[in-house]
Ligand binder design. Sequence first.
Ligand SMILES: Cc1cc2nc3c(=O)[nH]c(=O)nc-3n(C[C@H](O)[C@H](O)[C@H](O)COP(=O)(O)OP(=O)(O)OC[C@H]3O[C@@H](n4cnc5c(N)ncnc54)[C@H](O)[C@@H]3O)c2cc1C
Length: 460
Amino acid sequence: MKHEPRILIIGAGPTGLGAGYRLQELGYDDWVILEANDYVGGLATSFTDDAGFTYDIGGHVMFSHYPYYDELVDKLMGGDYTELQREAWVWMEDRFIPYPFQNNIRDLERQTVFDCVMGLIESQRQQHSPENFAQWVQAVFGAGIAKHFMLPYNFKVWATPPELMNYVWIGERVSVIDVEAILRNVIIGEDQVSWGPNNTFRYPLRGGTGFLYDGLRTFVDHKLHLETPVASVDPHAKEVRTADGRRWPYDVLLSTMPLNRLVQSMEGVPDAVQGAVDGLHWSGSHIVGIGIDRPAQSSKNWIYFPEPEVPFYRVTYLSNYSPYITPAPDQTLLLTETSRSPHKPEDGATIVDRVIDGLIHTGLMHDSDRELIASRWLCSPDMTYPVPSVTRDAALGTIQPWLRSNDVWSRGRFGAWLYEIGNMDHSAMQGVEFANQVLCGEPETVWIPRGEGGGGEGIR
Ligand SMILES: Cc1cc2nc3c(=O)[nH]c(=O)nc-3n(C[C@H](O)[C@H](O)[C@H](O)COP(=O)(O)OP(=O)(O)OC[C@H]3O[C@@H](n4cnc5c(N)ncnc54)[C@H](O)[C@@H]3O)c2cc1C
C-alpha cells in the first residue's frame, strides 16, 4: 500500500462521519466520502415534518463506551442537551410493570408469576449447552419467562424466529437472571427499576439524534459528495463507480453500506464469498410517529410490548426527551417501532392506522385523542437490524478476510453486520479506528473478527 493512500469512504452515517472527522483531525487530505442520500446521518438521522415535530428513526439512546466518543459528543452538543433518568416499562396483561421484566413480575397474573418462578427453579437445576438463542433463553430464564416475555418479545424485535439466532451478541444487551432480585420482588415486594448501561442518558436539546451528525458534517463538508450512490466496486482495478457514471480510484476503501450489497456490487468475487452472503439476515422496520396536541400525561421514556395484539415492540415518549421535539409546549410525540421481515410481514399501507389503534388499545392514547392528532409520520427502512443469525459468524469469517485482502474495510452497523457493536458510539468509533489504523498503524479495538477459520483466509 502507498505511504499516503487515497481513502474512499462509502456512506455518511455515524461510521463514515467518524472516519472523516478523525482523518481531518489527523490533518490528512487525500480522502472523500460518497453518500447516496441528500443528507448525512444514515439511520441516526432525524427529520422535522411540516407540522414541526422532530422524529428519529426509532428510539435512539446515547450509550457511552468510549472516552473519545464522549469528548466528541461534548464538543458537538456543548451545553445544549437534556439529561434523562431512564424510565423503561413493559406493558402486558393490561398493565405496566417496570423493566427489566424478570425482576418485576410480582404484579402479573398469579399463574404467570408461578410459571416464571417455577421455570427459573427448573432451569437452575439443569446443565445446558444451548445451540441457539431460543435454547439459551429457555436455559437461562426458564420456561415461564421464556414463554411469557423473552420469546414473544424477541420475535417482535427481530422479526426472526429465536431458533435461527445465535446468542453471542448478548453481552450487556439483555438483562439476565438475578435469582435473589426475582425472589425479593415476588416475596418481599421490592421492585428493581435501575438495570443496565443506560440508566441516565443525554439527548440533544434541538434537532433530535441527528443533531450530532449534522454537527459532524461541518468538519467533513469539503470532502462530502451527497446524492452520489455507489453502483459498483472493482476491487482489482481499485475503483468505485457511482450511479452517475463517474469513477473514483482508491487505495483503501471504507465501506459502511450493507455488507451483502457491497459484495453483490463487486466484480470478481470468489464463489465462496458470494455464497456466504446468504448467511447474512436482517430485518426492516416501520417507524411510526404520532404527534398529539395535548401534554404527555406520563414521565415514561419508553415501553416494551411483548404481546402480539399490538404491532409495535417499543414506544418512546420522545416528547419527554426534549421540549423542542414538538413545535409547541404541552404536546406529545410518541415514536413506535414495528419490525418486519419475510418471517413477519407487516403491511405498510395500514401500519399507521394499526399503530394508532394499538396506542389506544394499550391506553397510551384515548379514543378522543384521534381528534388531537397533529402529525403522523412513517419511515420504513428496509434494513434496521443486522440479525445475529446462527449462520452469521461463518459468513463473516468468509467475507471479511477476503475484503481485507483487497484493502476493503467493511465497518459500521450493516458494514460489520455485528449487532453487538451496532450502536452509534460503536459505529462512529469503528470509523475513527479505521483512520487510526490506516494512518497510524494502531490496532482496532471495537471491531473484532468473527468466525475466524471460516474459510475466508487466502481466498482472493
Ligand atoms: C430502530 C433503531 C434503533 C436504534 N437505537 C439506537 C440506540 O438506542 N442507541 C444507539 O446508539 N444506536 C441506535 N441505533 C443504531 C444507530 O442508528 C446506528 O449505530 C448508526 O446509524 C450506524 O451508523 P453507520 O454509519 O454504520 O450506518 P448507517 O447509519 O446505516 O449509515 C450508512 C450510510 O451509508 C449510505 N449508503 C448505503 N449504501 C450506499 C451506497 N451504495 N452509496 C453511497 N452511500 C450509501 C446510507 O445512505 C447511509 O447514510 C438504532 C438503529 C435503529 C435502526
